[in-house]
Structure formats: structure tokens, C-alpha cells
Design a protein around this ligand. Structure first.
Ligand code: SF4
Length: 463
């Protein structure tokens, strides 16, 4: 196989992505007192709950309209309306997300129309805010579902508001630990903000003896309403297409200035974030954050001499792999392959713009699957994989050590606690990458020496 030319695939084998409605669930989980229902078969909701429960190590409530064989033929409208009634009675939410699936979209269900019909039929009762999101599983990856839902939330909720000094901060699907770190940086910088969505407590709740159907926390509805009056929006989503950008919606509809940044992973991206906060707030960067930056520089010096041997395959959702690639390129690890299951149009150009030399230019795989990724890992002789748990087959089949980061992490505990943003998170990620390279080297060096010197000297003839 020519390692520099992508060959055409006729089938997908173990896709390198999660489906759209799975992504659509996450923003609703980061809104205060929100619940959601999946319009489709029981199996879809079960699959999504299972992945989320294993990643976040929390109970995950997602309702299902449970379309059966009969609904598949005659339509699932009755099921969805009954499901909504039950959900509203049981959970008493303020917001309900209504997400479609492959099945619902394939049989032509119009969830926006069904939602309007439901609202009309319930005249007189006080209903939560119902937000339909069209999310066929085959329509994109987790990223497209996530931002489609986030866009629908902002479009439905935000409304003309008096101007204020607040800053909207829109984040992609990062961990609760990452969310807390971004909030901490905003607090330390003295920035008034609305962070959307806020999974920091809802999907990483402190232990409590009392079970609450909807965990406390999340972005309050009133704050989302007021996003239209903010002084600016910071959207962590350089790879995000315009059509899915809630920040662009706020700019076009309400004139809120938009700043698109990469996730604050790596020293340059963190600096960019702090520079912008300095400009928007008029506050200086405090000593505590300067020290954290200095510690990251120190860690970079400590690890750079080992990193040169790293040749990595990075895979996952576009914004995550872009952020990780920035960290690798800053620290001397070659991102030989950058892969995503999304068909993202801007990732290739962004990553190529980061490379310093021809040698470091990464090979980009879009809309890929793990069978293809595995073949390219062998062809490009990579020695490290960085991505979610679905890459464990790269370890099993190719012997590649895997640094687990992203979503989902379902074969280890603590997915919700993985920290990789900010100066501190970058240090943690960098240490993990360098230590994995070192462990791999130390595990194999005797055998490598033997193969290289002993056998090539002809000593093997006496075995
Ligand atoms: S890909 Fe389609 S069928 Fe599979 S879980 Fe997602 S929505 Fe359901």
C-alpha cells in the first residue's frame, strides 16, 4: 500500500466515530433541569445510555419513544407524544430535547411538526421548552450531532436582551474536568461569563445519598436567554463549519462579536485564550496563571528529548484531534496520522498550517474507520496511538500503546476526570504521552538490541 495516498473504501468496518444523536444528548445534559427523549427504537437509547454511563460513571437518563415494528410502518407520532407526556410528568423538566435517529428519519418523521402538534394539543397545561433536533445517526458524527443540538438550543432560547459585559463561552464535547478547568481560568481572570454547555457537575456529580432524577448543575435557561446581549462570544471550535456555529448565529442575529479559538491545549492555544480574556476584561493575567505557564515550559524542556522518537496516530472528533496535534507539534512528537470519522472540511487545512517541515506533515484521514486506520498505522510505522477507547484494537492487533483521551473511554474508569486543557491539563497530557513512549521503549529495548546487533552479527546461527 502506498502510505501517502488514501485508497477508496467500499464498506465501513468499525467506524471511527459515534453517531449524531449520541452527540446531541451531551449539550442537553449540560443545561440546568433539562431532560431529553430519543425518537427511535429502544436499542438506540440503550446503546447511547450505555456508552455515556461507562464514560462518565454516572447514571444516565435518556427517554425513548420506543418505536416498534408497528410504528416503523405506520409512523411513531403517537409513541413520541405519549413519551413526552410521561417524561414531563415524571421529571418535571424546564427543557426537553427531542432527538431523531436513523429509523425516525428514514421513515420520514418530522419531529419539528410533531412537537408543534403536541404543544397545540396540550393547550392550557404548562409545558417545558421543547427543542427538536434533527439528528439521523448516519447524518454525521458525534461532533455534528453535538453542535446541531447546541445550535438549536441557542436558536430556540436566546432572545433580544439588554447589552451586558458578560462573555459567552461555547465549548465542544470536553470532559467535566476540562469544563471545570476552563471555568477556573475564567474565574481567575475575573471574566463574567455564561459557559454553554456546563457538564462540570451534571456528568461528574459529587456522591450523594439522595438520588435526583435530574442532577443539579448545568447552564441556567435565563443565562442562555441573555447570551444575545453579551459583549462577545468565545467559541472553542476552529474546525467547526459555519452552519453549525452557535456563535455565528448570535453574531448574525444579535450582533454579538465572535472569537473562534482552538481548544486551549498547548502553550500557543492557551496564550491565545488568555490574551483574548485580557482584552475583553481589561484585567491582567494573574501570577497564578503565569506560574502554571512556566511549569508547562519546564515540562516541555523535561520531555522534549524523549519525544523526538514519537510517531503518533491521533484519532477522534475533529476539534479534539486538532488540539492534540497542536500539543504534539509543539513538543517534538510527529503526528504521522490524524484521523476522524467526521467529514470535516477544515481540519486538513488547519493541521497543515501548523506543520513546521515536510517531515512533520501529517497524513489526514477523514470519514475513516478503524480497519483503515490500522492499515495506515502499519504502513506509516507509527509507535503511539492517541484517542478514545475504541482504539484499543490498535493495541491488541498492532501492539501500539494507546494514550486514552477523548470520548468514549469505556474500558477504563475516570473518563470524566481526564484533564487536558489549560496549561495544567497540557502538562498532564504531555507527561502521559512522554511516559507512554518511555514505557514502550523500556519494554522493548532488550529485544530490539538483540534483533539489531546480536542476530545481524550472525550469532543467531547457534540458536
Ligand atoms: S447509528 Fe442510528 S441506529 Fe445506530 S444507535 Fe445511532 S441512531 Fe440508532
Amino acid at each position: 500500500m502506498n502510505a501517502d495516498t488514501k485508497t477508496a473504501r467500499s464498506v465501513s468496518e468499525n467506524p471511527c466515530r459515534m453517531c449524531m444523536p449520541m452527540g446531541g444528548i451531551l449539550p442537553f445534559k449540560g443545561i440546568e433541569n433539562a431532560m431529553l427523549i430519543i425518537h427511535g427504537s429502544q436499542g438506540c437509547a440503550t446503546y447511547m445510555r450505555r456508552h455515556m454511563a461507562e464514560h462518565f460513571n454516572e447514571p444516565i437518563d435518556v427517554a425513548s419513544s420506543s418505536i416498534t415494528e408497528q410504528g416503523t410502518i405506520y409512523g411513531g407520532e403517537v409513541n413520541l407524544k405519549q413519551g413526552l407526556k410521561n417524561l414531563i410528568k415524571l421529571y418535571e423538566p424546564e427543557v426537553v430535547g427531542i432527538l431523531s435517529t436513523c429509523l425516525a428519519e428514514t421513515i420520514g418523521e418530522d419531529i419539528a411538526r410533531i412537537t408543534s402538534a403536541f404543544v397545540k394539543e396540550q393547550t392550557g397545561s404548562s409545558l417545558p421548552r421543547l427543542i427538536p433536533v434533527s439528528s439521523p445517526g448516519y447524518g454525521g458524527s458525534l461532533t455534528e450531532g453535538y453542535f446541531q443540538a447546541l445550535y438549536s438550543i441557542v436558536e430556540n432560547v436566546s432572545q433580544e436582551s439588554p447589552p451586558h459585559h458578560g462573555i459567552n463561552v461555547i465549548v465542544p464535547h470536553i470532559s467535566p474536568a476540562d469544563t471545570r478547568e476552563i471555568k477556573r481560568i475564567l474565574d481567575v481572570m475575573g471574566a463574567p461569563y455564561t459557559l454553554l454547555p456546563d457538564l462540570s457537575d451534571t456528568l461528574d456529580s459529587p456522591y450523594s445519598k439522595v438520588y435526583k432524577r435530574i442532577p443539579p448543575g448545568g447552564t441556567p435557561l435565563a443565562s442562555i436567554e441573555a447570551m444575545a446581549g453579551a459583549q462577545a462570544t468565545i467559541e472553542f471550535g476552529e474546525t467547526l463549519p459555519d452552519g453549525l456555529s452557535p456563535g455565528k448565529y448570535l453574531r448574525d442575529q444579535f450582533g454579538v462579536s465572535l472569537y473562534r479559538l482552538p481548544l486551549p491545549m498547548g502553550i500557543a492555544a492557551c496564550d491565545k485564550f488568555l490574551e483574548l480574556l485580557k482584552t475583553l476584561t481589561g484585567n491582567p493575567v494573574p501570577e497564578a496563571l503565569k506560574k502554571e505557564r512556566g511549569r508547562l515550559q519546564d515540562a516541555m524542556i523535561d520531555s522534549h528529548k524523549y519525544n523526538r522518537e514519537g510517531k503518533a496516530a491521533v484519532f477522534g472528533e475533529p476539534e479534539t484531534v486538532y488540539g492534540i496535534s497542536r500539543v504534539l507539534l509543539e513538543n517534538g512528537v510527529t503526528p504521522a496520522i490524524i484521523a476522524t470519522g467526521s467529514s470535516n472540511p477544515s481540519l486538513k487545512g488547519l493541521v497543515e498550517g501548523l506543520s513546521h517541515s515536510d517531515e512533520a506533515e501529517p497524513f489526514i484521514l477523514l470519514d475513516t474507520d478503524f480497519a483503515e486506520l490500522r492499515r495506515y498505522c502499519a504502513a506509516k510505522e507509527v509507535n503511539l496511538a492517541i484517542g478514545n477507547s475504541d482504539g484499543r484494537f490498535l493495541t491488541e492487533k498492532e501492539g501500539l500503546p494507546l494514550v486514552r483521551v477523548g470520548y468514549p473511554i469505556h474500558d477504563r474508569i475516570g473518563g470524566q476526570r481526564i484533564l487536558s486543557v489549560g496549561y495544567t491539563g497540557t502538562v498532564m497530557l504531555l507527561d502521559q504521552i512522554t511516559n507512554t513512549l518511555l514505557a514502550n521503549k523500556l519494554n522493548h529495548y532488550r529485544n530490539d538490541l538483540y534483533q539489531e546487533f546480536y542476530r545481524s552479527a550472525g550469532a543467531g546461527q547457534f540458536e
